[in-house]
Design a protein around this ligand. Structure first.
Ligand code: 5GP
Length: 138
């Protein structure tokens, strides 16, 4: 994938767009998804400019996975979901809508269906209060 540096996650990384931050390392950033498929939906991105998993260096991929595990543990501890879905989409045909590689961490509760992918914006205050719970669980 040709990397377009004007994509929204690149703009977030360069502090040109806001996000509700959860965790940051030298190589990765985790923040709340603004159109969460479930309460507590977090995204993990590398700071490296890579569109898909195929473009990502091994070093950055390892850093992403470490952050995914770290954040997933905090989400689990903070929100006590029945299960936790981790997903990563590559290319339009797979459902990817933002051209900067990212990992979804989505809590699941029994009998609670997922909201549609990237369609239903959450209130900023609600995202912040869930983020606060997750940050408190590190
Ligand atoms: P994809 O479809 O590429 O796998 O996932 C992109 C995700 O980014 C979607 O879940 C969507 O809700 C989320 N998203 C889109 N625009 C923004 C934004 O401006 N800020 C944040 N935090 N998430 C976004």
């Amino acid at each position: 994938m040709i990397y377009d540096p004007s994509n929204i996650f690149s703009r977030i990384l360069h502090n040109e767009a806001p996000c509700v931050r959860i965790w940051e390392s030298s190589l990765t950033l985790a923040f709340m998804d603004v159109m969460p498929q479930a309460d507590g939906h977090v995204l993990v991105i590398p700071k490296e400019a890579a569109g898909t998993i195929f473009d990502l260096s091994e070093h950055a991929a390892a850093a992403c996975m470490a952050t995914v595990q770290h954040v997933a543990r905090a989400v689990q501890a903070a929100l006590l979901p029945d299960g936790l879905l981790i997903a990563q989409l590559n290319g339009e045909a797979a459902g990817q809508t933002v051209g900067h590689v990212h990992f979804h961490i989505i809590p699941r509760w029994k009998d609670v269906p997922l909201r549609p992918h990237g369609k239903v914006p959450a209130a900023a205050a609600e995202l912040e209060s869930i983020a606060e719970l997750i940050r408190g669980a590190f």
